[in-house]
Design a protein around this ligand. Sequence first.
Ligand code: ARG
Ligand code: ASP
Length: 722
Amino acid sequence: MKKILLGLLICAFSNLAIADDGEGMWLPLLLKSLNEAEMQSMGMKMSAEDIYSVNKGSLKDAIVHFGGFCTSELISDQGLLLTNHHCGYGQIQSHSSVGKNYLKDGFWAQNMAAELPNAGLTATFIVRIEDVTKDVFEGVTQKMTLKERQSTIDKNLAAVEQNVKLESHEDVVIKPFYKGNQYFLFVTTTYRDVRLVGAPPESIGKFGSDTDNWVWPRHTGDFALFRIYAGKDNLPADYSEDNVPYKPKHFLPISVDGVEADDFTLVFGFPGRTNQYLPKVAVAQTVDILNPAKIGIRDKALKIVDAEMRKDEATKIKYASKFARIANYWKKWIGESQGIKTTDGIGRKIKFEKEFTEAIAKNKKTKKAYGNILPEFEKLYKAIEPYAQSRDYYNEVMGRNIELFRTASLMKRLIGQYEQNGEAGYLGFRDRLSNYLKDFYKNYSPKIDQQVCSALLDMYIKNAAIKEATTGIYPTPTIRISYPDFIKSLYTKTAFTTQEGLDKIFQMESEAAVAKIKEDPVYKLYVQINDQYNEHVSKPYNEYKEQIDAVQRNYMKALIEVFPEKRFYPDANSTMRVTYGQVKGYQPRDAVTYTPSTYLSGVMEKYKPGDYEFDVPQKLIELYKAKDYGDYGENGKMPVCFIGSNHTTGGNSGSPAIDAHGNLIGLNFDRVWEGTMSDINYDPSICRNIMVDIRYVLFIVDKFAGAKWIVDEMKLVHPKRK
Ligand code: ARG
Ligand code: ASP
């Protein structure tokens, strides 16, 4: 049965246009049928089986989902794991304090015993992938309503999960692909003891910081080293001193021969989310309504936090990670909107939709089945617009930027536990919560949060399109309290701003604790805002969204059917993907050409002594002056970063860049400014991913940090030497 399905899929993709533009995030198990020939024509010397095999060790066994949000790869036979500095940032930060600041000074374990454990950090392997589409659609018919269809699918999903054969240390997840036209199952193994081995100082690992973020030319050594530990049986185990370094099925050898323009590159990892098949009306909504709303909110929040971070070092450490996270997508959305405008993304969608309309009109059957899709999209996106805008407002303001309300939302879940599962539910959740909150309060300043709240809650009330969501939040007419006083009183009266406040509640009997929480003014306000949101925004939003998703599923099906000569890849969904391209510069605008590599001389050009973004460590300056690059330099220069035409997105951070033979040549960490719209509107001429040159990583570990013992563990190779 599986063979037939695969056959169908291949049929759908026959007549593949051979392009070398790098677009696409492909499923490893379909490379053989869809991509191998093209990859080899672009210079790859491996087979699809070398990349993904269930039966023998292959590249995929070296690719690890890091914490569920980034990618990492094994680079030694002792479980040594390479990922980005910004992926390990939270961990590096959590081991830091003012006296022992690993963010500022870097951290290098002197030996394995000195590596630092990280509670909660995981490393997940993909054991195998299976197409389960047929089983998931068992009993689904055209005539079903959306609800009936979904409930049949849900039942089937549960049955497939039940029936899959797993070892005791394995897990399973099933995910929809091609907008729900296909389902794949993933068997995974997750390791739970992952320790920090080394990280450069921020002045290397985050060089250029937010100014250079999403920008080429780039000079950031965005890497960190971890190690996976296992039980004596090499299987996952909770942290223990007795655990031993994990022995991988495969790890990546490292090429020290460098890269040049047009070299084949493959990026292997876990891209998070893309939206390549949106209709024009949805892209326009993103650019005109949703992005500006989110950008405006974060603008305000960032300004407030930035001003406080500049005042003292303790605040800077506390808020560094949060600030970077908020600033990252704030900047991305700005670039995305700009990029869609400059590449005429809307115009391109209009042209494509015209082509689509003509293609379906050629045949009565397709016209009947798909003729309604675009008009439906128009109607539904218009209808969802105010709800989508208010939802983004709510999520940004209540769910992300005002931390006090995030705490309140956790309290609401705690009470939910009590009401549904009684004492036991309450106690279990309380203990988890209290652990989580211990870390949270270490990096929390009520003073900063109060300013953020004051600015953002007001924006939500004034700007959210659905007014019923916000009426009555601010109680002026009854209580006659000024807005600033209203916010101030929230922060003074609540128990949620300090660890002590909550500890007091958590020490009470459950019933008393629940009553106490319910009386808290912040809890009350949160519940009010949340209820109004659920009723007036979330409910209608979800109803429209469900219909949009159904139309989108049909659209995807139609595209595959009516454009058999085009090759479609599924949108990213945090599952393992392969993307490939070449080392390549680009022309961002008239008369400007970017070459694909940067060098240490460029770090020195950007150097601003004392500046928190562009300072350079003294030791690095000395190595530069002495040209002391060991075996890692190239004609007297030290390479730092390079770009390529690989199609990547958030989640691909930490992904390996692999050469034609399967060796590691770089470490993916970002994309270029002009191409940040690639999630919605990929343009091969300007979409580039940014990687750290692996030789820079080796140079920093060996020459800068003097941690040669770590390099000695790796396998360095020379594939280009004759
Ligand atoms: N833009 C990259 C990615 O989306 C790197 C982000 C980390 N760096 C930063 N300065 N915030 O995640
Ligand atoms: N920097 C991103 C990440 O963290 C990668 C990207 O968006 O290109 O995954």
